[in-house]
Design a protein around this ligand. Structure first.
Ligand code: AR6
Length: 185
C-alpha cells in the first residue's frame, strides 16, 4: 500500500478486492444500462445483494441509459459502504478515452461530495472488459482526481482509495501515482 498526499487529501493505492474496502462510497465500473453482469460490477452485486441491481434497473427505467462518464448512486446493500456510485467508463477504441475517464472520475467524486462523504474507493475503471490500457487509465484516473481537488478545494472528501485487483494494475497505478503525486508518505 502506498499513501500519497495532494493538497491536503490522501490518495491511497492498494491491492485488493473493492468489495472488502471500508469507504463511504465504492465506485462501480458499470455499463450504460447498469446491467452488472461481469467484472467488478458482478462482484459488487454478488456481495452487496440484488437490491443494487434492482435500484439500478429503476434508475435506467426512469432516466434511460447513462452517458459514458456519468455517475449515479444506489444503496450498497450488505456492503460496508454507504452507497455504491456507478459510473460508466469508455470502451477502448471508441475515442476520447482519456477525457471520458476523467469525466467518470470527476462526476463520481462530485456525487460523493454532494452527499458529504469523506472517503471513496475506485477500481481501475475500463481496464477489464473494456480493455483500456493500464497506463492510459491510471494517468486519466489520477488526473481526474487532481482536477476535482483543484476545482473543489473545500470538498468533504479526505480519502480517495484506488483499489487494484491484479498485480499488474497495482504496479502501474503505483508507478503513475509516484510520477504524478510525488513520493508516498
Ligand atoms: N475489486 C477491484 N477490482 C476488480 C474486482 C474487484 N472485486 N474485480 C475486477 N476488478 P471490469 P470495465 C478489476 O471488467 O473494464 C462489467 O461487466 C479488473 O481487474 O470490471 O470498466 C460492467 O457491467 C479491472 O482492472 O470493468 C460493464 O459491462 C477493473 O476492475 C463492463 O464490465 C475493471 O474491470 C465494464 O468494463
Amino acid at each position: 500500500m502506498d499513501v500519497f498526499s495532494y493538497r491536503g487529501r490522501q490518495i491511497i493505492v492498494l491491492k485488493g478486492d473493492i468489495t472488502d474496502v471500508e469507504a463511504d462510497a465504492i465506485v462501480n465500473a458499470a455499463n450504460r444500462f447498469l446491467k452488472h453482469g461481469g467484472g467488478v460490477a458482478a462482484a459488487i452485486v454478488k456481495k452487496g445483494g440484488y437490491i443494487i441491481q434492482k435500484e439500478s434497473n429503476k434508475i435506467v427505467a426512469e432516466m434511460g441509459p447513462l452517458e459514458v462518464g456519468e455517475a449515479v448512486a444506489t444503496t450498497a446493500g450488505k456492503l460496508k459502504a454507504k452507497k455504491v456510485i456507478h459510473t460508466v467508463g469508455p470502451m477502448y477504441g471508441e475515442g476520447n478515452e482519456r477525457e471520458k475517464l476523467i469525466k467518470a472520475v470527476y462526476n463520481s467524486l462530485r456525487l460523493a461530495d454532494s452527499m458529504g462523504f469523506e472517503s471513496i474507493a475506485f477500481p481501475a475503471i475500463s481496464t477489464g472488459i473494456y480493455r483500456v490500457p493500464l497506463s492510459l487509465a491510471s494517468n486519466a484516473i489520477i488526473d481526474g482526481i487532481k482536477l476535482f481537488i483543484d476545482e473543489n478545494p473545500e470538498t468533504s472528501i479526505k480519502k480517495i482509495l484506488l483499489v487494484l485487483y491484479t498485480t499488474s494494475a497495482y504496479d502501474v497505478f503505483r508507478e503513475t501515482s509516484r510520477k504524478k503525486l510525488g513520493k508516498s508518505i
